[in-house]
Design a protein around this ligand. Structure first.
Ligand SMILES: Nc1nc2c(ncn2[C@@H]2O[C@H](COP(=O)(O)OP(=O)(O)OP(=O)(O)O)[C@@H](O)[C@H]2O)c(=O)[nH]1
Ligand SMILES: [Mg+2]
Length: 228
């Protein structure tokens, strides 16, 4: 180790007040998430979380999946963003219902917001809901929403260490998407190394490489989710 490196300063439990979440809040969220899950199951609707940092390609992936699945499923989308509806408007062009959810300052969706959004949809007319979370790799991990499966999208443009630096969100993923592989060489990022990191952190997850812009690999994501 470089001798100029000093010892790691570690936060004790409860010390970082802004970050350490109240156990009661998490428990309340978990309860509502379970209610959402039961409601969705009653209507036979599958909800899928799509999470990942800002700009990794979540919306582009959802658009690609809609293109592949529209003939087969009745689809709606929820889109969490701080204040804008840009993504929601983009997705609505695919002729599916879209519920924009604005979180204000919050860096993640929670089960209560999703419950409110579910009330605006006719669940009996749906088979599948994609829920695009706010772009963030930390906060959404702690807030289950009631969905059946979780997709986490990482892209090569964020550099080589996104997975090892943010293990928690990847540990819970059912499918890990490594996107923008068309830019890997230009970014000097090894896709195989990212794949290895994903497989090491979560051996249970299916790992898929994509270029969501061209559509390459999107069919594999859909298959990994058991939708095709
Ligand atoms: N070259 C390349 N560009 C991509 C790919 N996927 C997405 N993009 C581009 O990356 C930009 C961001 O994509 P989005 O799908 O909006 O990303 P996002 O994760 O939804 O972003 P936020 O919702 O803002 O967090 C857009 O300009 C996309 O066209 C890809 O595989 N290759
Ligand atoms: Mg988006």
């Amino acid at each position: 180790m470089n001798p100029r490196m000093k010892r790691v300063v570690k936060a004790e439990e409860g010390e970082v007040y802004d970050i350490e979440l109240d156990a009661e809040i998490l428990e309340a969220n978990r309860r509502i998430a379970e209610e959402n899950r039961s409601l969705l199951r009653r209507y036979n609707v599958t909800a899928i979380d799509v999470m990942g940092s800002t700009g990794t390609g979540k919306t582009t992936l959802i658009a690609g999946m809609i293109r592949l699945l529209k003939g087969r499923y009745r689809i709606a989308v929820m889109k969490g963003d701080l204040t804008t509806t840009i993504d929601a408007e983009a997705i609505s062009r695919y002729d599916v219902d879209v519920v924009p959810i604005n979180t204000g300052k919050e860096c993640h969706l929670d089960a209560n917001l999703v419950r409110k959004a579910l009330r605006t949809l006719k669940l009996e007319d749906l088979d599948l809901i994609f829920i695009e979370n706010v772009g963030n790799l930390i906060c959404p991990a702690e807030f289950p929403l009631g969905s059946e499966k979780r997709v986490v999208v990482v892209s090569v443009t964020e550099g080589p260490y996104m997975i090892v630096k943010h293990p928690f969100i990847f540990m819970d993923a059912d499918v890990i998407v490594i996107n923008k592989i068309d830019l890997a060489e230009a970014m000097g990022v090894e896709v195989d190394k990212l794949r290895m990191d994903a497989e090491t952190i979560n051996p249970r997850a299916k790992v898929v490489q994509t270029n969501c812009r061209s559509g390459e690999g999107v069919g594999e994501v859909v298959k990994a989710l058991g939708l095709m």
